[in-house]
Design a binder for this molecule. Structure first.
Ligand SMILES: Cc1cc2nc3c(=O)[nH]c(=O)nc-3n(C[C@H](O)[C@H](O)[C@H](O)COP(=O)(O)O)c2cc1C
Length: 209
């Protein structure tokens, strides 16, 4: 039985396309894996705190040297990192914002990509970064108003959203990833509806694979 962590990044609720995609994915996942558990980490509605000076002081010093203020500044990050390690499958549902991820999701990433927790340094190596997260699978479910951000598409060079998520999760060791794009979310009918229907099929297929 696997533990699934769903990180949702839309600030919208029922109107969110990325949340609709995630609901489709998770329904198919539950059908296929009825014993699995799903944890919701809704950063779209409850964003983690941004990195602060005390946060940095905490991340780069031993815990037994932390003042109460420094320890408090890293507590949420500790919780989010522990949560990440406690799950086997990571599902990120995310809107494209200005060709990247919403700042709420970036705040989450800044909290979990942490030295000596999710990566470490080995200065003896040409690439000194050593990932510390192993054995997890990532699904990225993205929605965008426009279209053409996929590999080979006319706007692929502007896609700093799904490519970034694959890169940053890969950096900490989550290298096995699958992306589902729902493009044209702001398109005129019928492109919008057709795109959502096709993306829902794709989400169900990858969940059931
Ligand atoms: C602040 C903001 C920035 C956006 N930037 C882009 C963009 O760069 N490219 C794009 O195709 N759509 C962009 N959109 C449209 C959203 O990606 C699209 O509406 C998406 O479906 C939103 O996801 P949601 O429905 O899950 O909230 C933007 C929307 C907002 C509100």
């Amino acid at each position: 039985m696997a533990r699934v962590l769903h990180i949702s990044a839309s600030p919208r609720g029922d109107r969110s396309t990325s949340r609709k995609l995630a609901a489709e994915f998770l329904a198919a996942w539950r059908d296929k894996h009825p014993g699995d558990t799903v944890t919701d980490r809704d950063v779209g509605h409850n964003p983690p705190a941004h990195v602060t000076e005390n946060w940095i002081a905490a991340a780069y010093s031993p815990a037994d040297t932390h003042t109460p203020e420094v320890a408090a500044a890293i507590a949420e990050s500790d919780k989010l990192v522990d949560e990440l390690f406690a799950h086997d499958v990571i599902v990120v549902s995310v809107p494209m914002y200005n060709f990247g991820v919403p700042s709420t999701l970036k705040a989450y990433i800044d909290n979990v990509v942490r030295i000596n927790r999710t990566f470490k340094m080995d200065p003896s190596q040409p690439n000194p970064y050593v990932p510390l997260v192993h054995g997890k699978k990532l699904y990225v479910l993205s929605s965008s108003g426009g279209a053409g951000y996929g590999p080979g598409g006319p706007l692929a060079g502007y896609n700093h959203e799904t490519t970034y998520l694959q890169a940053i999760f890969g950096f900490i060791g989550v290298t096995d990833s699958t992306v589902v794009l729902c493009e044209n979310a702001n398109g005129a009918p019928p492109a919008k509806e057709e795109s959502l229907a096709a993306a829902k099929v794709a989400a169900r297929e990858v969940a059931a694979a």
